[in-house]
Design a protein around this ligand. Sequence first.
Ligand code: MG
Length: 389
Amino acid sequence: MVEQRYAGYAVIDSRSRGRQHAEAPPKARSEFQRDRDRIIHSTAFRRLEYKTQVFVNHEGDLFRTRLTHSIEVAQIARSVARALCLNDDLVEAIALAHDLGHTPFGHAGQEALDACMKDHGGFEHNLQSLRTVDLLEERYGAFDGLNLMYETREGILKHCPPAKALQLGDLGRRFLDERRPSLEAQLTNLADEIAYNNHDVDDGLRSGLIDESMLEGVSLYARHAAAAREEFPAISGRRLVSETVRRMIGALVEDLLEESGRRIREAGVATLADVHVAPPLIGFSPAMQAENRELKTFLRENLYRHYQVLRMTNKARRIIGELFDAFTATPRLLPPQYQQMADRDACDPVNAVAAPAVRARAVADYIAGMTDRYAIKEHRRLFGVGEID
Ligand code: MG
């Protein structure tokens, strides 16, 4: 009954490839509602509150965190999903889980940990999000991880290099065969982009690292700021910024809806199987794509590479690198749970050769799970002079 509101090309419970460990169907929810609920109750989800994207957590209470970012992604994805008759529970689950594998300190943290792991398979936050829901959460008696539905996991794994895809079996197959994921996965990916571009404009202005006059050269911003001023001639300050960003999100969402609806109709997709072999069907119109690219370039050059942001990322890189080196050199400094993970194969003569990689992965799991403030605190505990605890 619930499934009637979904199109034939949407993912629904009865067309799903299910869970890795068989479970009885939920009584009063759909399978994807159950996934969303499991994600919300996970430890990694709660930690998103103290992880950041661009600004470090303690820099201000008003900036986005990964938690509020994930909620914004879910909001945007859900509204588009409803309009396109896609599975809104699935997009919500993917959106809330998509950043679970992020390290502390945003992209600087990810790059630093990837560099530390270069001899041991690297570190990639997308794969780590999947690893978190598949393996690292310890909440259920019957299995490790959250045992999520195949399509939720497919949506979390946005990209994947071929070598990793081979190791992932069924879930990695589509990267080798160049098959498309569900429309729900495609949509959540773009909702992520709409959310972060716009909230980075908002947070960037709030922080003072960029100002409105700089954004006058970005057509998407300039156009909507002008429209806001025309409708409300007396508007200024934060209210003008909010009115402009609101309109930008609205324009991007409307364009996405229109363009995706057109592509879906023209491709004539009727089933989920059609979606997998069709070209990407969720996307912006070429004109909006160009404006969106212009905005991204602006943010990269003026905000993400701002010297004050770079100072912070430089420090973050050092913290992550030093934590990694200390823990891999002396695994006994790790909390017991991670020591066990680090030692897992060391006592097994057959796998002993893999021990350094196993140890490094356990350290990476520990560091990736840290919040910004926990990483700073842990660094101080290990290296702080004049502080022994
Ligand atoms: Mg994101």
